[in-house]
Design a protein around this ligand. Structure first.
Ligand code: UD1
Ligand code: CA
Length: 452
């Protein structure tokens, strides 16, 4: 006997007011469904089934690398009907764990407790007590405190609405029992839906005792039904991640103003100022400081790097001892060797820069290769695009490029060359040459400026 996991994800998510199926909305950069899937994957299981429906193939298409069986629920007739779609595929002897695509924070620990609890009676249910139980199914217990039914909010009497114990929706049921009960569900209720929760009353009628498990925390069982619940879950998740990082030695100036949407690999003595957003996979070496308002995505940063405020780095490799920013934009496929300085209002794209070179002000370098110990003056532009194609600019070692220089690519400036300020470089420059293209200065003495 094994464990089959069913993730319900066919609902529309009406209250999101979105064209995107609810389970594809993201929490910390990952879809809600992906959070649930990753938790499911760490449980020992035989198979995972995801019931999808609303939004058609959008959900399976967006999550193609999931190792699951996708089962379509063509019409969303309720949670019981959703579970019914997968039951024919599940062996009778297995246990079935029901998860929800819109409850992303559920923990492995609670689910393992729930799985263990089902071993005795064949049916366990995760419940919790909420100060505000509005919207949830209420747990009805008899005088011996056994669970005898779940009543949905919309079907509850005023008295039942005052019950604070709610159905989290998570349950483990033996497959043969689940099949028997689910296949006999009716939809005689306020929403005319086949409620999975009605199997509780059926279990009681069959003298099956429901093993209750209390959730460890309320936050992990919270469903995301609207954007304010999504934001609440996001803040919670971010704070947990921030504290986790701080406990591993990362200095965060304000854990409430730090967002990690992916994975951060850290070194020692990393200091991160406020409003920093990290996406994808980012790796920091030792002694890296990230200034306020920086955005880092899919980037590797070596030791002793200073990223100054308001800098964006996307898909780059940064060598040790580099200084970047403030206000720098490092675009994909950029590699900086050690001790490179990138200053304010510098944009780099598909560019690699050799050790010790400096690009300190107001510059665009695209599709270029810069050697070591080269200085690129303020206002240098690689003219890499002719309207149809991109071309390369190659600049050697120890080159001095003065301010306000345009390099019309493809072009090559060899080692030791000097480019005078204001030059438009249209031809290759040989080693140790000076290139200068400037109209000669005229001066007109005693020039009278126009007067009003
Ligand atoms: C459900 C429970 C309620 C519980 C709450 C916990 C039922 C009848 N009610 O209510 O007792 O307190 O969860 O969060 O089960 N879905 C489908 N197909 C459908 C309908 C829903 O796949 O036809 C999926 C949804 O995508 C969602 C999940 O099932 O992931 C729950 O559905 P939802 O409509 O959100 O149920 P709730 O009203 O929250
Ligand atoms: Ca819900």
């Amino acid at each position: 006997m094994g464990l089959c996991i069913v993730i319900l994800a066919a609902g529309q998510g009406t209250r999101m007011y979105s064209d995107k199926p609810k389970v594809l909305h993201t929490l910390a950069g990952k879809s809600l469904l992906e959070h649930v899937y990753q938790t499911a994957m760490v449980l020992s299981h035989r198979d995972i089934y995801v019931v999808y429906g609303h939004g058609g193939d959008q959900v399976p298409n967006a999550l193609q690398d999931f190792q699951v069986n996708w089962v379509e629920q063509e019409e969303q007739l309720g949670t019981g009907h959703a579970v019914q779609q997968v039951l024919p595929d599940i062996p009778d002897v297995d246990n079935v764990l029901i998860l929800y695509g819109d409850v992303p924070l559920i923990t492995e620990e609670s689910l393992n407790t729930l799985v263990d609890a089902a071993a005795t009676t064949g049916f366990s249910l995760l419940t919790t007590h909420l100060e505000d139980p509005h919207g949830y199914g209420r747990i009805i217990r008899d005088e011996d405190s056994n669970i005898v039914a779940i009543v949905e909010e919309k079907d509850a009497t005023e008295e039942q609405k005052r019950i604070f114990e709610i159905n989290t929706g998570f349950m483990v049921v033996k497959a043969d029992l689940l099949k028997r009960w689910v296949n006999s569900l009716g939809n005689d209720n306020k929403q005319n839906e086949y409620y999975l929760t009605d199997i509780v009353a059926k279990a009681v009628a069959d003298n099956v005792v429901i093993a209750p498990v209390l959730a460890e925390s309320n936050i992990e069982v919270k469903g995301i039904n609207n954007r304010s619940q999504l934001a609440e879950a996001e803040r919670y998740f971010q704070l947990v991640q921030a504290h986790h990082l701080m406990h591993r030695g990362v200095g965060l100036n304000d854990p409430a103003r730090f967002d990690l949407r992916g994975e951060l690999e850290i070194g020692r003595d990393n200091e991160i100022d406020i409003n920093v957003v990290i996406e994808g996979r980012v790796k920091l070496g030792n002694n890296v400081t990230i200034g306020a308002n920086c955005y880092l995505k899919d980037t590797i940063i070596a030791d002793n790097v200073n990223v100054l405020p308001n800098t964006m780095i996307d898909n780059a490799v940064i060598g040790s001892g580099c200084n970047i920013g403030p206000f720098a934009r490092i675009r994909p496929d950029t590699t900086l060797d050690d001790d490179v300085h990138i200053g304010n209002f510098v944009e780099l794209k598909k560019t690699d820069i050799g050790k010790g070179s400096k690009v300190n002000h107001l510059t665009y370098l695209g599709d270029s290769h810069i050697g070591t110990e080269t200085n690129i003056g303020a206002g240098t532009i690689t003219c890499n695009y002719d309207g149809a194609f991109k071309h390369q600019t190659i600049i050697g070692d120890n080159v001095f490029v003065g301010s306000d220089v345009q390099l019309i690519a493809p072009v090559k400036v060899n080692n030791g060359a000097t480019i005078a300020a204001g030059t438009t470089v249209t031809k290759d420059v040989a080693e140790d040459e000076l290139a200068i293209s400037r109209t000669e200065q005229k001066t007109i003495p005693k020039w009278q400026r126009p007067k009003k």
